[in-house]
Ligand binder design. Sequence first.
Ligand code: ATP
Length: 585
Amino acid sequence: MLFSKFVDTLEKLSSTSKRLEKTNIIAELFKKVPSELISKVTLLLTGRVFPSWDEHELGISDRLVIRAISLATGISQDEIEKLWKQLGDLGKVAEQCIGLKKQSTLFSEPLTVSKVFENLRKAALVEGEGAMDMKIKLIAELLTNATLREAKYVVRTVLGDLRIGIGEGILRDALVWACFDKKIGFSYDAAKNELVFQSDDGRQKYNEYVELVQRAYDLTNDFAVVAEKSFAGEDALKKTSVETGRPLKVMLFQKAKDIEDGFSIVGKPCACEYKYDGFRLQIHKKADKVWLYTRRLENVTKQFPDVVAVIKEHIKADDFILDAEVIGFDQKTGKWLPFQQISHRIKRKYDIAEMAKGIPVIVNVFDAVMVNGKILIDLPFSERRKLIENIVDEKKDKIGVAKQIITNSNDEVKQFYEEALSLGNEGIMMKNLNAPYKPGSRVGYGVKLKPVMETLDLVIVGAEWGEGKRANWLSSFVLACRDADGNLLTIGKMGTGIKEKSEEGISFEHLTNLLKPYIIEEKGREVKIKPAIVIEVSYEEIQKSPTYSSGFALRFPRFVRIREDKSVEEISTIDDIKKLFAEQR
Ligand code: ATP
């Protein structure tokens, strides 16, 4: 399949903002793709050559792209940089440079989807001496053979920013349209931009298939796998399951206003557990191999050799997938540490062993997805819990099963809640004893109960350089939430809660250094920032406001902490904000 065909689809996608139209464009492409290319095309549509959870990343910076464009076109890096300043998008820069090309290509070959995919994979995998040069060569080779439009999308793929506005929901629906339209009996009326169903129960059937595809995605986190299963047919799709080494989406919880509310959501009696203030780890083991994933499904196995050792020694099963909260503790006082103090272990790339010694952690296992080959997601929580108790060999200050009581009494929950808080926990969880494990959903199978006001998790999309003594620091940060399709909507500017001095906590300097690599455009003091850094923000009130694209503004937003464990897909949604806005009235 020619890459230009694929680029036609990308161009069409970027020219419309209508969700159904986008879904149709992708479904049409899917119907034309030869089966051996399904997974490659699907991954490329997500702007990647590996699934998002895979530890392999392209890892190619703007600088390397500039060198690749220069190598492919003979245009100097300085000239390319100038153009970049003007256009603000290296994809467009590549497009223009190919047009201005100083070196003519005698033997240019049309690009194919496979060629682009293979070169980018190779670029991601080369290691060792000369790896950078090799990466540049592989990209330059693609650019040399690319047309203007193709060059734009090769570069955007390399930089992981396709700008075609498709989120997980659209990709999921497109698979339903491409694979099950006949079974459901529906078509897309482009003129009216709506779906037309052949029978009365068409919509219901449609929703069932959407759920089926979504379930496969929640279990695999990999649209390439889901696409292959969908094309293989309904039975194959239904058989999609979890696999050790491939993280599934974690089950999420709702929030309860108080104990009464908690019981009304999860039923009586329920399990109450400490809500440990740490970070979540999805722990996989198969024979001798252990994998650790954060809740945003990043592989952090290398960062936690201490946890790997504890898992191998103290969990009595060969294969498993477990859900756990990891907390830090102070060796001198024996007290648990707040999340912020251990969170930098997640990102640490060097001196890992020393850090593990300096900030030891305790693993608290609270759920199980698979044990010894048996998939547990449809088993009631109470039975999953029994299995955990059977296999976790508890060891003080190393590993345990989440502290739990089972009760139907408000008083007992209250006592447990106070005990939890006095020990430094964030609050408690209340869980339905009969509930299955539902990956990726905030269904009411469990609720969290905590004393503090609900905070928001928002992504930084802009900032302003400070003045006076803050001139070298970014000092005011533009925050955004997201809508159901993943579009980002601004909701306010924040400058408080960040420290002047690094010794006191997260400082302006710290945030500036963190954000600098993501600056995509600068105009005067204002900078645009690629959405990557998620922070937790408190506020006094949510107000309606025409100033921001969300239609809301936060009154007195205040920085709480960086959420290294959350991805941009997991930030607060506009629906969360509307709900909080309604609740505060
Ligand atoms: P928060 O910001 O409140 O931690 P969240 O959005 O990260 O919430 P939720 O699913 O809403 O995640 O809240 C539950 C989180 O609490 C889990 O993701 C997990 O990290 C943590 N946690 C701590 N102890 C437990 C426990 N015993 N059972 C389940 N989750 C727990």
